[in-house]
Design a protein around this ligand. Structure first.
Ligand code: AMP
Ligand code: MN
Ligand code: MN
Ligand code: MN
Length: 286
């Protein structure tokens, strides 16, 4: 079956995975939208971690810039004691069940941040929690905030180093977190009218058979898409994800996972095109 018989509109540039200060991005939602417009992006999804708080500001600026903003979120989900990220595209951010789910996530993250702070204090770094809360402001706190704080304090050589030594899985300040189960996460997205997309599949370091198990369960519970082109993945990752999309009949998404200019290797508006023979996820709203 040829899915891409209708020629894709080459004039549109999609980036369907980005972050703002509503979670761990460097730019405020409106600034991010301006940067995206300058970078030639025509269709942008703001996908902050477990929050939709940046969407209103982003939508207002998108209107001014003539950018199409897809209301979205990146949810942390639990599956087989791993943490998996699911991007929800085209959600109604006011949906009641989604909102109550997000409130529960905020509470999980609030308690976890306090616990990370305690563990870092035991590692010899007092007052991290307070500093991170001040830096995050109203935004959702993530491990990236702690990593940046340790770097700015000069406790680690790089942000990555903070993960490798303290914050990564199994390290002294790592707090095992019970995220909402994958099926419930996907349910919230679908209930809010969105498309659930498995984010950055290469990041989970799963073997082929584990990835197939994940994708089988993901599709069984209503997941409909997979990120095929990502900011962190290379051509081989794209090829692997494209095969998975074909095998499981998933819509294909494209997203940089842009956070900050400090990740100089990830640029807005510079992603390679989707491989042929895939149905782009934006076919659902165009
Ligand atoms: P959290 O969702 O609070 O566990 O934080 C995860 C965020 O931290 C991710 O979205 C990334 O932005 C960042 N992150 C996670 N792992 C790493 C890593 N190994 N190196 C750099 N940043 C990371
Ligand atoms: Mn992040
Ligand atoms: Mn993610
Ligand atoms: Mn992300």
């Amino acid at each position: 079956m040829i899915l891409s018989s209708a020629r894709p509109d080459q004039s549109r540039v999609h980036d369907l995975h980005t972050h703002s200060t509503a979670s761990d991005g460097a730019f405020a939602p409106a600034e991010l939208v301006r940067l995206a417009a300058e970078s030639g992006i025509t269709d942008l999804a703001l996908t902050d971690h477990d929050t939709v708080d940046g969407l209103e500001e982003a939508a207002a600026e998108a209107e001014r810039q003539g950018v199409r903003l897809i209301p979205a979120v990146e949810l942390s989900a639990g599956w087989e004691r791993k943490s998996i990220h699911v991007v929800g595209l085209g959600i109604d951010p006011g949906n009641r069940e989604l909102r109550s789910g997000l409130a529960a996530m905020a509470e999980i993250r609030r308690l976890r941040a306090g616990e990370i702070g305690l563990r870092l204090a035991k590692c010899g770094f007092p007052d991290c929690h307070e500093a991170v809360l001040a830096a995050a402001g109203q935004g959702m706190v993530t491990r990236a905030h702690f990593a940046r704080h340790l770097f700015e304090r000069g406790e680690v050589a790089t942000v990555q180093d903070a993960f490798d030594r303290y914050l990564g899985r199994g390290k002294p300040a790592y707090v095992p977190t019970e995220w909402t189960a994958l099926a419930d996460t996907v349910g919230w997205i679908r209930g809010a009218g969105g498309v659930a997309v498995l984010a950055h599949p290469q990041r989970y370091k799963l073997t082929g058979s584990w990835m197939r198990r994940l994708l089988q369960q993901f599709t069984d519970c209503g997941g409909e898409g997979i990120e095929v082109v990502t900011g962190n993945g290379g051509p081989q990752d794209t090829e692997t994800a494209a095969q998975q999309a074909r095998r499981f009949g998933l819509l294909a998404s494209v997203g940089s996972d842009y956070h900050t200019p400090e990740h100089y290797w990830i640029k807005l508006g510079r992603l390679p095109p989707l491989p042929d023979g895939l149905q782009p996820v934006w076919s659902r709203w165009e």
